[in-house]
Structure formats: structure tokens, C-alpha cells
Design a protein around this ligand. Structure first.
Ligand SMILES: Cc1ncc(COP(=O)(O)O)c(C=O)c1O
Length: 402
């Protein structure tokens, strides 16, 4: 009998995408659901990006592009990264277009990086709670996920000590993934916290052998006073072994356009380019033209979106505070609120069952924390319109009581 590869049998489908499809099916049947599951901005794509696509179509810009992307796009991405990493630029010079590969979303950027640096059996470290695709992608490339426990009391931000202990416990560690702001917790690492992590990576003999992937896809969604810090801005000496991942999906509401990227050393970029050349080639040409236009917009073009996220986040926290026994992680970035529901679980109920009950009885869709490495917790997205968000939060609180 023809058999499928073992690697696919060990990997789960994207849990959130599946859940979202289920909710949409219920909505199609006319059931009024407040869908607070999606990791997708509800804003519109910038007009300049749409216009660039119309123009590209008119000019028949429809041929294969170079595998790592159009030069103008790669240069725009390098410029953006240089602005976020002035200490690195001062220490060792600017990133150039040649250090950039445009990918099919942030997801392919991560996949390319894993394919380029990991061997079968290597361990991939990341703090828990984590974005749920990290372990599944790790398994797809034949490596082994290793999650590092962090503490609720520390806002689920991994400390330098926690990393040191993990290095002792994971003898085959080859790659560390950092994600700030974090999906699902909204944790935002300060300059000092990142520098302390960088110190472990420089001083610990095992830390010195690690590659680092810094997933900075939520860099624009900052909810409070603490600023975003790019990992290499805090740790510029690690330049040669850090792969920075970012993209247009969350920053410019361009999820469906599938544009992400890596910024990395010439050596890592060449390796990832080989992976991309033999898997997907250069990404969609029209999306690249759109991204060039969106990247040329001043930061102020996005301030309305950011202000809206901040407003929604305050509204959500205010309503959720009425259910006083929720253990809320106050997010500092990204567009999720992550909270512990332990005090509200019925006998024998886990967070998954809890979410089923909330969907059935309050018609609010949430994602359980288990696939993010946080049993007992639940993720709510506030990347949705105010009315749905307000009614969803009120219905949830109404079901839970105080
Ligand atoms: C932390 C994180 N990294 C990467 C991605 C992937 O982004 P993209 O949709 O551009 O592939 C996501 C999307 O949800 C994410 O939350």
C-alpha cells in the first residue's frame, strides 16, 4: 500500500485556522457568533498598495521575479530593518538588499530558516507560551521541539536564567526562537531583557553554538509606553547568527498577500535562498509591488490602526475585569489577550472543553491555550470590529459571572 511520510503524521494542522473554519461554518448557518479567534487585522490594505498592484498589472509586470525578491523590495526591507537596529548599523554597518529574502508570508520565512540551519534530531528552543506553528514546523523538518517554561508572574517573558537552565537540559539545541511582541501572550521584551538573553548566547558555551530566529511580525502593534526593540538592536554582536523575520501581514493588514521576509548574514541568506529556489521560487510579483508601496508609507499612516488596537485593548480589559477570577496577562503588544480560566473550569473540564462551552452557551469563539503550550489558558483576539468585540466580551463575562 502507498504510505504517507511519517513526518506528516506527527504534525497537526493549524489549530486556529481549523477552528476559524468551524466558526465560519456556524455563522453561515445563521448562528450569531462573536468570533474572537482570528489573528488577522480587520483593517483595509493601504490604498497605495492597491494602486501599485493596478499599475503593475497595467504594465504587465507578471513574469518570474528573482528568487529572493525584486531589488527595490529587498532594499526597502533592509532600510526598515536598519531604522530598527541603529546600534547594529553603528557597530558593523547597514543591512543591504542582498541580506534580504522576500518570502510567502512570515511562515515561509521561518520554514526557510529552519530548513537552512537544522539537522534531523537537532533541538529547537522557544519560550512557552509560543506561536503554535513553531513546534509543528520543527517536526516537519525532522527536528525536535523543546519549549522553555516561563512564569505568569513575569508576564510569560523568558529570563536569562530560564534560558541558561534550558541550555543545560537540551544538549542538542541548535536554534532559539524569540517572538516579541508575542502571539499569544502579548509579551514585549525590553532592551535590557533582550540584552540579558544575548549575554547568555555569548557567554554560555552551548549558547555560543545557537542560531537565533527573532520573529518580529507584530513590531508595529505596540499597546503601551514600552517601545518595541528589535533583538539585534539589543544584541548587535550576534549579527552573524540571528535571522530576523518580519512581514506585511500584521503591520499593513496584508495577510492574504503573503509577503514576509528574512534579514540575515550573507551565509544564512545564501542557504535560505537555495531552499526557496527549489521549493517556491520568488514570491507573487504583484504582492511585491504592493509591498514596495506600503513600505514607502510614513509610520504616521498606520497610527490610526494602532490607536484603534489600543482603544479596543482597554475596552476588553475593562469588561474582562468584571470576571475577577480570570488570570489576565496584560498584553504590551500584538492584538491578543491571554487569560487563565482555571477558576472557571467545571469539574473535569480543560481549556478546550471550556472554549466549547463558551461557544455553545455564550456564542463566543476563543482559542484554548493548549496548542500554544499553556493549558488552562485561553486566547482572545481583539483584531475585530468594536461591536463584535464588545458583545463577545460581555457575553463571556455574563456566562462566567464575577
Ligand atoms: C508569531 C507569528 N509569526 C509568524 C506568523 C506568520 O505570518 P504570515 O501570515 O505572514 O505567514 C504569525 C501569523 O499568525 C504569527 O502570529
Amino acid at each position: 500500500m502507498a504510505r504517507l511520510a511519517a513526518r506528516v503524521r506527527s504534525v497537526s494542522d493549524s489549530f486556529t485556522l481549523k477552528l476559524n473554519a468551524q466558526v465560519q461554518e456556524m455563522q453561515k448557518q445563521g448562528i450569531d457568533i462573536a468570533n474572537l479567534t482570528t489573528g488577522e487585522p480587520d483593517f483595509q490594505v493601504p490604498e497605495a498598495a492597491k494602486e501599485a498592484v493596478r499599475e503593475a498589472v497595467r504594465l504587465n509586470r507578471s513574469k518570474y521575479t528573482p528568487v529572493p525578491g525584486l531589488p527595490a523590495l529587498r532594499e526597502a526591507i533592509a532600510r526598515k530593518t536598519n531604522v530598527q537596529q541603529p546600534s547594529l548599523v553603528a557597530l558593523s554597518g547597514e543591512w543591504k538588499g542582498a541580506n534580504v529574502i522576500a518570502t510567502n508570508g512570515g511562515k515561509q520565512a521561518i520554514f526557510n530558516a529552519m530548513m537552512a540551519v537544522l539537522e534531523p534530531g537537532d533541538q529547537v528552543l522557544y519560550p512557552a507560551p509560543f506561536w503554535l506553528s513553531y513546534p509543528e514546523m520543527t517536526k516537519l523538518v525532522g527536528s525536535e521541539p523543546f519549549s522553555i517554561a516561563t512564569r505568569f508572574e513575569n508576564g510569560f517573558r523568558m529570563t536569562a536564567d530560564e534560558l541558561s537552565r534550558a541550555l543545560d537540559a537540551a544538549p542538542r539545541a541548535k536554534l532559539l526562537i524569540l517572538n516579541s511582541p508575542c502571539n499569544p501572550t502579548g509579551a514585549l521584551y525590553s532592551h535590557e531583557e533582550l540584552a540579558a538573553i544575548g549575554e547568555v548566547l555569548e557567554k554560555n558555551p552551548r549558547g555560543r553554538e545557537l542560531w537565533v530566529l527573532s520573529d518580529e511580525i507584530y513590531d508595529r502593534v505596540i499597546l503601551g509606553e514600552k517601545p518595541f526593540t528589535s533583538f539585534l538592536e539589543a544584541c548587535p554582536r550576534l549579527r552573524d547568527r540571528v535571522i530576523t523575520v518580519n512581514g506585511m501581514s500584521k503591520a499593513a493588514a496584508m495577510t492574504g498577500w503573503r509577503v514576509g521576509w528574512t534579514v540575515a548574514s550573507a551565509e544564512a541568506t545564501a542557504a535560505m535562498n537555495t531552499v526557496q529556489a527549489q521549493s517556491t521560487s520568488g514570491i507573487n510579483a504583484l504582492s511585491q509591488w504592493a509591498s514596495i508601496a506600503a513600505l514607502a508609507l510614513p509610520e504616521s499612516s498606520f497610527s490610526e490602526q494602532v490607536a484603534k488596537y489600543r482603544e479596543r485593548f482597554r475596552m476588553v480589559l475593562e469588561i474582562l475585569s468584571k470576571a475577577g477570577k480570570l488570570r489576565v496577562v496584560v498584553p504590551e503588544g500584538a492584538f491578543y489577550v491571554f487569560f487563565g480560566v482555571q477558576e472557571y473550569l467545571a469539574a473535569g473540564e480543560d481549556a478546550g472543553r471550556f472554549c466549547e462551552r463558551v461557544l455553545r452557551d455564550a456564542r463566543v469563539a476563543l482559542v484554548p491555550g493548549d496548542p500554544f503550550g499553556a493549558p488552562g489558558f485561553v486566547r482572545m483576539s481583539f483584531a475585530t470590529d468594536d461591536a463584535t468585540l464588545k458583545s463577545g466580551c460581555e457575553r463571556l463575562v455574563g456566562l462566567l459571572g464575577s
